[in-house]
Design a protein around this ligand. Structure first.
Ligand code: AMP
Length: 623
């Protein structure tokens, strides 16, 4: 069982994971590095990979500066309020000032953007969101990236980054395997941009049985954005900021177009408005600065996403569930009815199918809403990810170390879910982040920072043995199977994933416990996670290449989960009611926790260190 080794050498910019972040990186790297060797390694096929694979009906981050709609400062204020203050304003501002040009390019490349017939501006869904016919969004963007790259390696699951042996803390490439042929792939590169995805399926999902593949974020998002970076010793930030989504029940259909464009609203089982009822108590928890419905109304700023969740969760707990989305009014208008269905057909077909299959017609029945299990990602209303340098003209000293979007590992950059502190980037913002990272990566190379990288054959061989070990474990012990998949010598990836999901759910604030946790629960969770990690190291078995993929996805999910637990333990307050609650610290505590949390896992020892980083408000409150 010796798989072939395929080496791709002399790469300048290696893009790992080509969702929207990675495609932006490849595209921009070609602009700044016309003669550079640019290579993409992608787990699926770039034409249909990442969170945008099945299409989108809206681009949720567009300033519209050319139409006089918003400026980047406005977007920073919006994201800051939505995240209860916890954002990297330098990175957000930088993304917001460049995002419109990315959207204009998408249109040039053939993405149909809807236009407002009266004004000629793009059709708005909400203040930040524009509407698109986006079923083919990903293939359109992928084509630009494909044409920009020298080579695209599809079906490569990247498991580890390669580290330079001549200079500590400097990256030198990546390794992985082809999920179809099993070949071992080595990429030696001067700079690496990680554009891999956030994490679904680390918390036990509400969906069960045959529906278990139905989740909010892409089921293939295995936390590699974090697993790869943490494994290389990069610092992470805001990993406690897992997101919970209010969604149409069981199909996870998105609500943005309904709330914002169709102007639907929610009510409890008895037809009552319930949100405002919870606001006085909530204001006690978080303070008026963070929840002021009057001011929100005046400034058209939405109530923070987590606080809207809190009202929904509380109302259901009070026995007045389920919560319904009132669609029956909007759906009387044939145009809005069509938009309502198109919205799902263009990006969440499953919700439309589910309604059809379960006889739910939103014209005659108000569908149920519920809150999802938590997800770890960095581009929706949450900002998990790596602690990255900002741009030189905006970032204060603590946020700047030479190259925009470079992690704390030299030559290692992030984009999309990989970069921490930049929520509300969505697809267009992630692509923009990829562009910014690639520009900086090219400069890093041109500045001579990547000279003399040494990757020994020993490192390459060591990783190879490590990668295929689960198959070896299976080969050695398969005869000891007692029944079905039960074997006293090993666990398989599905068994490991079940263990992970159960412990994250029960100890780290999943749905079963209504998103509640505390220091005691977190410590038990951490202990169980360590045992799971040990079992993974000593005895995860893979029957075939497909299971090998699942084994490595599980590994990245475990590493992501550990960071979530460590960060959640560290932040002794309840910053985002509705995302999770620290039962032992039920209030938001600005005196001690008006900070960003930063962690590092020592790649040699596995020890975590946690620190507080300053939270700078660089944009004033004025509008
Ligand atoms: P979603 O469909 O929930 O993924 O959201 C799409 C966009 O709409 C994102 O920019 C959300 O932040 C925004 N959004 C969703 N629901 C609301 C709401 N009730 N109020 C304001 N913005 C919302």
């Amino acid at each position: 069982m010796d798989y072939k080794t395929v080496v791709e050498d002399n790469i300048d910019v290696l893009v790992v994971g080509a969702g929207l972040g990675g495609t932006g990186a490849a595209f921009e790297a070609r602009y700044w590095g016309p003669t550079k060797k640019i290579v993409i390694a992608e787990k699926a096929n770039i034409m249909r990979s990442g969170a945008v694979a099945q299409g989108l009906y809206a681009i949720n981050c567009y300033m519209g500066s050319r139409f006089g709609e918003n400026n980047p400062e406005d977007h920073v204020r919006y994201a800051r309020i939505d995240l209860m203050g916890m954002v990297r304003e330098d990175l957000l501002f930088d993304m917001a000032r460049h995002v419109d040009s990315a959207v204009h390019q998408f249109e040039e490349w053939g993405l149909p953007l809807m236009r407002n017939e009266k004004t000629g501006a793009y059709q708005r869904e909400g203040r930040w969101q524009i509407m698109i016919h986006g079923e083919s969004y990903k293939p359109i963007v992928a084509e630009a990236a494909t044409k920009s790259a020298d080579k695209v390696f599809n079906r490569i699951c990247v498991t580890h980054l390669l580290m330079d042996e001549s200079k500590a803390n400097r990256v030198g490439g990546a390794v992985g395997f082809n999920v179809r042929t099993g070949d071992y792939h080595v990429f030696k590169s001067k700079a690496v941009i990680v554009g891999a995805g956030g994490a679904s399926n680390i918390y036990k999902p509400r969906s069960v049985g045959e529906g278990a593949g139905r989740v909010w974020y892409a089921p293939w998002s295995s936390g590699s954005a974090y697993g790869l970076l943490i494994g290389a010793g990069a610092k992470m930030t805001q990993m406690e900021n897992r997101i919970v989504l209010a969604r149409f029940k069981d199909g996870y259909g998105p609500v943005g177009a309904y709330f914002l464009h169709l102007k639907t609203y929610t009510q409890n089982a008895y037809g009552e408005e319930y949100e405002s009822k919870w606001f006085p108590a909530l204001q006690e928890m978080v303070g008026k600065e963070y929840l002021d419905p009057e001011a929100s109304h005046r400034t058209h700023r939405p109530i923070p996403t987590c606080l809207r969740n809190h009202a929904l969760i509380s109302e259901v707990n009070a026995g007045r569930g389920p919560i319904h989305m009132v669609t029956m009014e909007a759906f009387q208008d044939p145009h809005l009815e069509e938009i309502g269905w198109h919205n799902f057909l263009g990006m969440t077909v499953g919700q439309a199918v589910l309604w059809a299959a379960t006889d739910v017609d939103p014209k005659y029945e108000n569908p149920e809403l519920t809150t999802s299990e938590p997800y770890v990602m960095g581009s929706h209303a949450t900002g998990c990810g790596a602690w990255c340098s900002g741009p030189e003209d905006v970032s204060p000293e603590e946020y700047f170390w030479g190259y925009n979007r470079m992690t704390t590992v030299e030559g290692l950059f992030g984009a999309g879910d990989a970069v921490g502190g930049t929520p509300h980037a969505f697809s267009s913002g992630s692509f923009t982040e990829g562009r910014l990272a690639a520009k900086a990566a090219c400069k890093y190379i041109d500045d001579g920072k990547a000279e003399g990288i040494v990757i020994s054959d020993a490192q390459i061989q060591r990783r190879k043995e490590e990668i295929y070990k689960p198959m070896e474990t299976y080969r050695v012990y398969r005869n000891a199977i007692t029944a079905g998949t039960v074997n006293p010598h090993y666990i398989n990836p599905r068994q490991g994933l079940d263990r992970l999901q159960k412990l994250m759910d029960e100890y780290v604030g999943g749905v079963t416990v209504n998103y509640m946790t505390n220091d005691k629960l977190l410590n038990i969770g951490l202990k169980k996670l360590k045992l799971l990690e040990e079992d993974w190291e000593n005895g995860i078995a893979a029957e075939d290449i497909h299971e090998l993929l699942r084994a490595w996805e599980l590994k990245h999910r475990i590493m992501t989960s550990e960071a979530v637990i460590q960060h959640t333990l560290f932040r002794e307050e309840t910053r985002w009611p509705g995302y999770y609650y620290r039962g032992d610290h039920m209030k938001l505590d600005d005196e001690n926790w008006h900070v960003l949390t930063v962690s590092r896992r020592d790649p040699e020892t596995g020890e975590y260190t946690m620190e507080k980083a300053p939270l700078y408000h660089l944009i004033d409150d004025e509008e």
